[in-house]
Design a protein around this ligand. Structure first.
Ligand SMILES: Nc1nc2c(ncn2[C@@H]2O[C@H](COP(=O)(O)OP(=O)(O)OP(=O)(O)O)[C@@H](O)[C@H]2O)c(=O)[nH]1
Ligand SMILES: [Mg+2]
Length: 437
């Protein structure tokens, strides 16, 4: 039995977008633009849109019976094969709308999972997407098995879906277990990599998708990471040495972008990829300052950071794409809410020196929390710490000493030379999805 994600033939499916947001109208409008970009990224041809603002969602169809009839008529008129909803639906709601319209329905999460499935280039990213798809698709599989049996492939049917028409749920559970095992192994490998770089200061770029993280990574390190005007062009993490001038350097990581209402399953299964961000000493929160929705994008990123238990990290806001900003009147508001940060253009290079200076400044002002292990008989290390740092806890056995200390990054090299093993790992985060059963 073959349960692997199938290669996709990008069908140029004719799609109708449905905005069914109950959020305030302005935000809903932005969100519909975004779902249009998502739909196009997934390979759909958007032929029409329909919006519905309801204060309360209809439990049976989400958008209400009258609207579903209107939708069915619109699909017939435009010869659309696919309906893309800007919100997430319960399996029952999907079933009801599909029955009433005789069209395939894809919700927001399925759409995002689909884009991730198409973009996954590494086996790690592939495993993570597949797990998220299976976890999300699992309760929805039944409908794929029955009335949609005639549809082959296409958006929302990539990955788990086609092959499972004849597949036993027990096998899917087994597959989920296998994927979790591989992802857990990746997580452990990444943790070891982070550990091995204990003496380096690590900085991670985070931010909304398409904010310019990879472009900034390239501008700072000459890394040659792929940067495109496309949502979710980066799905893995790259780490490079980044010179800051004055002989200083850090390790800089670029990682996967976030989006509003990022599917929870995806955040959980991308834990390994996002491990770099969890252990970073400093996060650079990159935002497209020219986007009308910059503030909402930053809110959405902060929400995901909270989910990753990163909200307490030191964060420096990077207001990017300043070359596109004609009117700077919205900047003070962003700065009040998300900190002064640095305004720059990763494309033109304006402001990059400022950013380097701010990171150097951060290194000068901030101590790092580390664990030092050394022979108990060696008094030089506690003495050095007493002079240059602060001891948070001490723990001695007959042979070994272990200190949890805060000290400036430049001191780490010295304590290593004195023979201490320096480690930087934070305690592992609990994730429901990857917890051993
Ligand atoms: N005008 C302008 N465009 C920029 C700037 N920075 C990035 N871009 C463009 O914005 C688009 C997205 O850039 P990326 O660097 O791929 O964005 P990202 O944040 O890595 O996106 P994902 O990996 O998809 O999350 C590309 O077309 C870039 O050329 C900038 O400072 N000015
Ligand atoms: Mg990128």
């Amino acid at each position: 039995m073959e349960l692997k994600r199938t290669k996709l033939a990008v069908a140029r499916e004719r799609a109708v977008l449905v905005g069914a947001s109950t959020e305030e109208a302005a935000l809903a409008g932005e969100s519909l633009d975004e779902i249009r970009r998502l739909a196009e990224t997934a390979g759909a041809q958007v032929v029409g849109t329909l919006t519905q603002h309801r204060s309360a969602a209809d439990p049976a169809t989400r958008i209400g019976r009258g609207k579903v009839e209107e939708l069915a008529a619109l699909c017939r008129e435009l010869q659309a094969d696919l309906i893309i909803m800007d919100v997430d639906l319960s399996p029952g709601q999907v079933r009801n709308i599909e029955k009433a319209t005789d069209r395939k329905v894809v919700d927001r999460t399925e759409m995002i999972l689909d884009i991730f499935a198409q973009g996954a280039r590494t086996s790690e990213a592939g495993d993570q997407v597949e797990l998220a798809q299976l976890e999300y698709a699992f309760p929805r599989l039944k409908r794929m098995w029955t009335h949609l049996g005639r549809i082959e492939g296409g958006i929302g049917m990539r990955g788990p879906g086609e092959r499972q028409l004849e597949t036993d749920r027990r096998l899917i559970r087994k597959r989920i277990q296998a994927l979790k095992g591989r992802i857990r192994a990746n997580l452990e490998r990444r943790a070891r990599e982070v550990e091995a770089r204990a003496e380096e200061v690590t900085v991670c770029l985070v931010g909304y998708t398409n904010a310019g993280k990879s472009t900034l990574m390239n501008a700072l390190t000459g890394a040659g990471v792929k940067a495109e005007d496309k949502l979710f062009s980066t799905l893995d993490t790259r780490t490079r040495v980044c010179g800051l001038g004055e002989g200083r350097r850090i390790l800089l990581s670029d990682t996967v972008g976030f989006i509003r209402h990022l599917p929870h399953h995806l955040v959980a299964s991308f834990r390994a990829t996002l491990e770099e961000a969890r252990h970073a000493d400093l996060l650079l929160h990159v935002v497209d300052a020219s986007a009308p929705s910059a503030e909402h994008q930053m809110d959405a990123v902060m929400e995901v950071l909270r989910e990753l238990q990163c909200a307490e990290h030191s964060i420096l806001s990077v207001y990017n794409k300043m070359d596109l900003v004609a009117d700077e009147s919205h900047l003070p508001l962003l700065r009040r809410k998300f900190g002064d940060g640095v305004a720059l253009s990763a494309r033109t290079g304006r402001g990059l020196d400022d950013l380097r200076a701010r990171i150097r400044d951060f290194l000068d002002r901030n101590s790092l929390t580390v664990t030092l292990e050394f022979p108990a008989s060696d008094g030089r290390i506690p003495a050095y710490v007493a002079e240059h740092g602060e001891t948070l806890s001490a723990d001695y056995t007959d042979t070994h000493g272990r200190l949890r200390v805060r000290m400036p990054p430049r001191c780490l090299g010295v304590v290593r030379k004195l023979g201490a093993k320096v480690s930087r790992l934070r305690p592992p985060a609990e994730t429901d999805l990857l917890r051993r059963e």
